[in-house]
Write a protein that binds this ligand. Sequence first.
Ligand SMILES: *Cc1c(COP(=O)(O)O)cnc(C)c1O
Length: 380
Amino acid sequence: MSIDTASIPFNRPCLGGPEYAYVANAVERMHLSGDGSFTHACHAILEQVSGAAKALLTTSCTHALEMSGLLLELKPGDEVIVPAFTFVSTVNAYVLRGAHPVFADVRADTMNLDERQLESLITPRTKAIVVVHYAGVACEMDAILEIARRHGVPVVEDNAHGLFGSYRSRPLGSFGVMATQSFHETKNIQCGEGGALLLNDPSLVRRAEILREKGTNRAAFFRGAVDKYTWVDVGSSWLPSDMLAAFLLAQLEAREAIQAKRRAVWDRYQASLAGWASDHGVRLPTIPAHCDHPSHMFYMVLPDLAARTHFISHLRAQQIHAVFHYQALHLSPMGRSLGGRDGQCPVTEMASDCLVRLPLWNDLPTADQDRVIEAVRSSM
Ligand SMILES: *Cc1c(COP(=O)(O)O)cnc(C)c1O
């Protein structure tokens, strides 16, 4: 192993097309604040691909989740069912409103909220069910929506991984009353920091616009629907600059090329590692036949924590950066303070110890993919 081998980062943000030209154009127009023409163009694409009644760009997926907490009108003591295996923001957004998170374990095949346990977690205080389509592979939405409907509980999709994914040919992000997207630089489509709230229930649109504009009816004013704008509700400032939207628009317009590149890397990993994985007790991602995934991440589940620690250092010795996530949220200091207990979500606890992600980004060169595949095969 030569020491001057260039390192292969876990992620590298990639340009999709005319990002520079669009940002320059936003600067020339001197519309630098939010909700300019680039933002509106992004909204149109997001509405087209998801079928949402309204898309609103936000400063992050975290902020879109916070908006969902306000739109659900959560009060202290309300319960929100969340997967224990997810990013902090999926849960923190509701804890911020005083709600109590009820942690659901995930399925061992897809790492998605286990719909078979869902009904046992519902109580008269349950005010929402939040699902995460892990790695962009859909949760079992037929079963989840049926249970939610029977109990009159709204579903929110944290679709940070799942833009362009589908379940029974229907786009992810179109199942919940609302869904959130992330355009953080680690996601398929990115602008550094950014997100969106997709509203599938049209009755939420007006309030969402107000919350995002500091509690004012500024959006209605610009549409000419009111003759002055004023403070009408709570809110904050959750709209990104139109310069960021310009960058994002270039990425969204290049979505087919970006997705094709990612699919090629994902498929190559899968084809090259399937035999090795089954020989070594390693599990590769499970993609149910009724799910189309957007090649957001390639993960592997190793036999135990020691095997994962060895695996990551074996790759690191060859300058390849593989990473793990998520630490079981119910066992984090905050999760424990909210009542989380050891053994409460066994699959999540296993995944926290055993799951690892391989480098995957749009322009990952073929030669680097080969180096990753070789390093994985020589790890055990
Ligand atoms: C990335 C991510 C988020 C947070 O996204 P930001 O845009 O960085 O706030 C939330 N949930 C999930 C599942 C994520 O992967």
